[in-house]
Design a protein around this ligand. Structure first.
Ligand code: NAD
Length: 427
């Protein structure tokens, strides 16, 4: 079997995903790009890839080495922007795909950034806070040659937090000899972080769901919601859905799958996770099988864990009206086709979870101007950027008779490739 890597020899020849999914999404959009299609190969060739060794002395005195990455997928429209993931499954292939989706997301929303992503292959739960600090600082120093407030600006992702960003900001600042708060976003407020950033992604997921619901006649109030992944994205989205009158009937995290048809008390579930680290042992819902979870009848299903979760096989069984992708890359292209055939609307990641990078953009702007906005201003501006992007993407989907994902890719690729063409090829 040939693996569609886009012919990049440095990739593992056996493991194709998720970069292969990204390449396929690009292939699907190419016929819609007119003359700009001649530049489309650009998007299958990440601009810059840095693989770094992250050695630390562990608390027991042994020396350990971890592999880290920073990929700048495309910088045609501005500095790189994208999160840093600490997870045992991080690979070059995964970071490349995540960086590619950041290029598309930033362009689809009209944010003045290119796409980038980083990661270290570790399970952060198996390290002490002191070890995590050493890993973060060494990783930041190693990628210090490519990041910077006007070069590439990391942010939190799976397994990283505002504490991680504080260490990254401090390390970079120490290395350059001055405080550079704009080098990362998702920082604590005391270090130049933005109000509303921590909940920006989940809030954006709910805005995207509401906009889809208005057009499909599926109001949020009274809707049944299923959420996979109960972290920064899924936890906040579940809370805001509930505040808007929806019933969250099932939740899944890495360790537990729970359902309660009457609606789960989300603040209680969040408090349980804050105290115990996972949903295991939460008594406000009953344990269900993974199979049952994916077949629950609901109005909105929010995958907010990892990529590749909505597989072909699951897509055949899902009984949701609308899928709102909180995670990056949760739906494979084959599953996308089945969902389309079955009339299940998918609001894609590059639109649905863009609230996080949008508020990150606000944070970066505030850091540059050293002038900070109120939470109300931030939420109003988030709302207006998300709704404008949603409108344009929805309209393109209707005009071109394509999926919302393809429409978002059309708009984004046109912006990126027009910038590429106008800049011209150096030298
Ligand atoms: P997080 O680490 O805060 O939470 C991840 C959640 O997913 C946890 O509840 C974890 O237990 C659960 N999970 C992990 N593996 C799972 C599995 N196999 N099955 C079920 N649940 C599983 O991460 P996050 O920041 O909420 O990110 C979640 C997704 O959203 C990722 O795809 C990330 O790239 C994407 N995203 C995050 C942001 C952000 O601002 N944090 C922005 C845009 C997109």
């Amino acid at each position: 079997m040939t693996i569609n890597h886009g012919s990049l020899s440095y990739l593992d020849p056996v493991r194709a995903e998720p970069w292969a999914s990204f390449v396929e999404q690009i292939d699907r959009v190419a016929p819609h790009l007119g003359d700009l299609a001649r530049w489309v190969e650009t998007l299958k060739h990440p601009k810059r890839i840095l693989v770094v060794d992250v050695p630390i002395i562990r608390d027991d005195g042994t020396i350990a080495h971890y592999e880290g990455y920073r990929v700048q997928h495309n910088l045609s429209r501005g500095p790189g922007k994208g999160g840093v993931r600490f997870h045992p499954a991080v690979s070059l292939n995964e970071v490349m795909a995540l960086a590619g989706w950041m290029t598309i997301k930033n362009a689809a929303l009209g944010l003045p950034f290119g796409g980038a992503k980083g990661g270290v292959r570790i399970d952060p739960r198996t390290f002490s806070p002191a070890e995590l600090e050493r890993i973060t600082r060494r990783y930041t120093s190693e990628i210090g040659i490519v990041i910077g407030p006007d070069k590439d600006i990391p942010a939190p992702d799976v397994g990283t937090s505002e504490q991680t960003m504080a260490w990254m900001m401090d390390t970079y600042s120490m290395n350059v000899g001055h405080t550079a708060s704009g080098v990362v976003t998702g920082k604590p407020i005391a270090l130049g972080g933005s109000l509303g950033r921590q909940e920006g992604t989940g809030r954006g997921v709910c805005i995207a769901a509401r906009e889809a619901g208005i057009r499909m006649g599926v109001p949020i109030s009274g809707a049944r919601i299923v959420v996979q992944g109960f972290g920064n994205v899924g936890g906040v989205a579940a809370r805001i859905f509930r505040e808007n009158g929806a019933r969250v009937i099932a939740l899944q995290d890495a360790e537990a799958t729970l359902a309660n048809p009457a609606g789960i008390d989300i603040p209680a579930a969040l408090a349980h996770v804050a105290a115990h680290g996972s949903l295991v042992g939460f008594t406000g819902a009953t344990s269900v099988s993974d199979d049952d979870f994916w077949q629950l009848e609901c109005e909105y299903f929010v995958p907010a864990a990892l990529e590749g979760q909505v597989t072909l096989e699951r897509a055949r069984r899902m009984r949701a009206r609308i899928i709102v992708e909180g995670a990056n890359g949760p739906t494979t292209p084959a599953a996308d086709d089945i969902l389309h055939e079955r009339g299940i609307l998918v609001i894609p990641d590059v639109l649905a979870n863009a609230g996080g990078v949008t508020v990150s953009y606000f944070e970066w702007v505030q850091d540059f101007s050293s002038f900070f906005w109120s939470e109300e201003e931030i939420n109003d501006r988030l709302e207006s950027i998300m709704v404008k992007a949603f409108d344009a993407i929805w309209l393109t989907a209707k005009e071109r008779k394509v999926s919302i994902r393809t429409a978002a890719f059309i708009i984004a690729c046109q912006r990126v490739l027009a910038a590429r063409e106008q800049r011209g090829l150096y030298p």
